[in-house]
Design a protein around this ligand. Structure first.
Ligand SMILES: Nc1ncnc2c1ncn2[C@@H]1O[C@H](COP(=O)(O)OP(=O)(O)OP(=O)(O)O)[C@@H](O)[C@H]1O
Ligand SMILES: [Mg+2]
Length: 282
């Protein structure tokens, strides 16, 4: 659990474990259909929060609302205590820079080199010169163990490398929050573990809050500080991995089963999980 101290430079209230993102009664309606209804979430700085749900549960809709790409029909999304929902476009653009996105299947641009892909956010959002951008990209690639690949094109990278490159790109504007959209979908179990490790490493190295959209319960139990289970637009269950394992929620059990996790192993691994966290359950 993350009970560490804040990084130097983090002001009062910005320490790891302090309240970072609060979603308050968010609803999203398309005509007369509610894609999201009364979503409440509390995310602490530095936590890894996994949002799990099946197809059509509302994950993408929620993600778009969280990063300010879409407005909720009602409700608030507060980042560092400030509601971003009604901000004017210019302010919203600034707020969006706090979020780094790692898209499903990496979403790198095939016609651009790694250098150009990773440098893209700096070119779009800053006035830095090419030389400075190049230097920053090379630094980030090096931190992520990707030295020497800057001239390659995405098609010349392995799947794992592409994920790392996409992560490097998401980190270029030094975000407070990194959002991962289905980071392990379509990967084999070993690659899934590597991506899970990458998410953990990234949290520790860059001190970010992580939001992971997923349908993989096994991965969620491995990396999450807190899990929200989304079903048909509502939060059907929530808790720490150990709480979900021992909570007996039917939907959670279905996810455990569909992820091929045996109940007795779950209790063995998570049942005695030490509960050190301050939580914000409603
Ligand atoms: N622009 C839209 N207009 C109408 N309905 C929409 C719109 N966007 C999403 N929906 C509906 O809202 C519900 C939630 O969609 P969403 O894309 O958020 O699901 P999801 O959890 O991301 O699913 P998946 O795992 O398949 O990506 C679905 O029933 C979808 O049809
Ligand atoms: Mg989706």
């Amino acid at each position: 659990m993350n009970q560490g101290n804040g990084t130097p430079g983090n002001g009062a209230g910005r320490a790891r474990g302090s309240e970072h993102i609060v979603v308050d009664k968010v609803c999203k309606r398309f005509d007369d259909f509610y894609a999201l209804r009364d979503i409440d979430m509390r995310m602490r700085r530095g936590d890894i929060v996994v949002i799990i749900g099946g197809s059509g549960a509302g994950k993408t809709t929620l993600l778009k609302i969280l990063i300010g790409l879409e407005k909720p029909t009602s409700g608030k999304v507060c980042v560092n205590g400030r509601n971003i929902v009604d901000l004017p476009e210019l302010e919203l653009n600034k707020a969006r820079r706090k979020f780094g996105m790692v898209f499903q299947y990496s979403a790198l641009l095939d016609s651009m080199t790694v250098l150009e892909n990773v440098g893209f956010p700096l070119r779009e959002h800053t006035k830095l010169r090419d030389k400075e951008i190049r230097q920053r990209v090379l630094e980030k690639l090096s931190v992520l163990g990707l030295e020497g690949i800057e001239k390659r094109f995405p098609s010349q990278l392995s799947g794992g490398m592409r994920k790392r490159v996409a992560l490097a790109r998401a980190l270029m504007l030094e975000p407070e929050v990194v959002m991962y959209d289905e980071p392990t979908s379509g990967l084999d179990p070993i690659s899934c573990r590597m991506v899970d490790d990458l998410i953990l490493e990234t949290r520790d190295r860059f001190d970010v809050t992580s939001i992971v959209i997923s349908h993989d319960m096994a991965g969620a139990l491995r990396i999450a500080d807190y899990i929200y289970l989304l079903s048909r637009g509502v939060i059907a269950a929530q808790g720490t991995p150990s709480e979900l394992v021992s909570g007996g929620n039917e939907l959670a059990q279905q996810f455990f089963e569909s992820s091929g996790i045996a109940a007795d192993r779950l209790v063995e691994e998570h049942g005695a999980h030490e509960d050190t966290g301050v939580r914000f359950k409603p």
